[in-house]
Write a protein that binds this ligand. Structure first.
Ligand SMILES: [Zn+2]
Ligand SMILES: [Zn+2]
Ligand SMILES: [Zn+2]
Length: 450
């Protein structure tokens, strides 16, 4: 792991200061252990739209504002050829059997859960022995069995344990489900089909269903940082937490032995289908970093202009960055040129120039650096910025397989950056005009405001 500036801060004894700052910034509702989301928090996923399905509705087949589905029902929906009418399809669905809500026995006054045909085990037996009479009469006439005091062993079930079987402390409904579950696992070893295994598995399923309790890593500082990120997301109304993605994030942070979200190297982006992708679990890390950097900037712990990646939201300028999130200066080499570009961008952004314009100049400079590295033009200092270099770069830009507008932006970006820096007295060009107006590729669109 490389030592970043933030790590240097953390290691120089100020980690406690950062930790204390986080603790001060966190409200009591986000400091609980285990962390339970506040009631009505936008961080909790809405329930699946299938009646009785307790899973988190993490998929939105009919658009973001319509009914949502859990992963299980989403697969069903895809299997049914993605029906467009939600009401008709939804009413035909049932929750997965393992999570189906458990009903009370239909016999009057009975406290047991349903075993079969709407009756508990004891009443079903009575009903069969009575020659299966009409149910309405039977349900009203029959007497309730003695309900044992022990509750069902499945967490959150609440029905009394089955009175007929004293060796198993499951309610009637869970007894039936347990038998079916054992049957399906027939070929497995006995310990894989045990009652303990069943109770543990069903408990884990229910926990996975909805993220009520947010898992956090053991490292206290990372846990605090994630708590703070959750609080920010809650306050901004920033969408629910996908439970499996969050769990993976926590697992990865633990496996990488991360000590602070601000000081670990992100894994390299994966290449898939010609596109580079940041791993999905980094999503929450990147969101958290933005919140944490904003806090550090607010507390005066950081100069937002100092890093080589600028977080647009954190920069002290009045106008918004639109869809632009970061300005990454790292591809601009060597360091003096990067410093010059950052100085120019800071100066211009403070003067009211738009982020998108500054970004287009940044991209033009990246193209210039790439060209110099490929074609062997040295960039040791500002004396290397000669008319010959700019001419060669213009030829290169003209020969690119790109539209006229793109070529013009590249040439114009380089022209503006270096002419500005010369006018501001930050560098001294031998020829103060990088390109004359007639030399640039034709201008199709309006000039950028500068
Ligand atoms: Zn569902
Ligand atoms: Zn009953
Ligand atoms: Zn039960």
């Amino acid at each position: 792991m490389s030592v970043s500036p933030q790590l240097a801060v953390l290691e120089s004894g100020r980690a406690d200061g950062w930790r204390a700052a986080l603790e001060r910034a966190l409200r009591a509702e986000f400091l609980g252990s285990p962390l339970v989301l506040p009631a009505g928090s936008p961080l909790a996923a809405p329930e699946c739209g299938v009646n009785g399905c307790p899973r988190a509705g993490e998929k939105s087949p009919w658009g973001r504002f319509d009914t949502r589905l859990c992963g299980f029902h989403w697969k069903r929906w895809v299997g049914d050829d993605r029906p467009e009418c939600s009401d008709e399809w939804l009413s035909a669905q049932r929750p997965p059997s393992i999570l189906r809500p458990i009903e009370r026995c239909a016999a009057d006054g009975c406290r047991h859960s349903v075993y079969a045909v709407g009756l508990c085990r004891w009443h079903r037996q009575e009903w069969v022995e009575a020659g299966r009479p009409a149910r309405e009469r039977f349900d009203a006439w029959t007497r309730p069995p003695a309900a044992g005091e022990a509750p069902c062993a499945v967490a959150g079930c609440g029905f009394p344990a089955c009175s007929a079987r004293e060796d198993r402390n499951l309610c009637d409904a869970h007894t039936a489900r347990f038998h079916a579950w054992r049957q399906r696992r027939g070929p497995l070893a006995e310990h894989e089909r045990s009652l303990e295994r069943y109770v543990a598995e069903i408990g884990a399923r229910a926990r996975r269903a909805v993220l009520a309790c947010v898992p956090l890593p053991d490292n206290p500082l990372v846990a605090l940082e994630l708590r703070f990120a959750l609080q920010c997301r809650h306050d901004e109304g920033g969408g629910f937490i996908n439970s499996s993605c969050w769990r993976e994030t926590v697992e990865r942070l633990v496996a990488l032995e991360v000590r602070s979200l601000l000081d670990f190297d992100c894994p390299p982006p994966q290449r898939a289908g010609g596109r580079t992708r940041v791993p999905a679990w980094m999503f929450y890390v990147n969101c958290a970093r933005r919140s944490l950097l904003a806090l550090r900037a607010r507390l005066g712990l950081e100069d937002p202009w100092a890093p080589d990646v600028w977080h647009v939201q954190l920069l002290p300028v009045d106008h918004a960055g639109g869809r632009l999130r970061n300005l990454d200066w790292r591809p601009i080499r060597p360091a003096w040129l990067r410093g010059l570009c950052k100085r120019w961008a800071r100066h211009r952004l403070r003067g009211g120039v738009s982020f998108s314009h500054v970004n287009s100049i940044r991209l033009a400079t990246v193209r210039l650096v790439e060209f110099c590295e490929l074609a062997g033009w040295p960039l040791d200092d500002s004396a290397c910025l000669t008319r010959e270099l700019f001419d060669a770069f213009l030829d290169h830009a003209r020969s690119l397989q790109a539209g006229a507008e793109h070529k013009r932006k590249i040439a114009y970006g380089v022209k503006q950056l270096f002419e500005d820096c010369h006018s501001l007295g930050w560098i001294s060009l031998r020829h103060p005009r990088v390109y004359l107006s007639g030399e640039l590729p034709a201008q199709r669109e309006r000039l950028p405001r500068a």
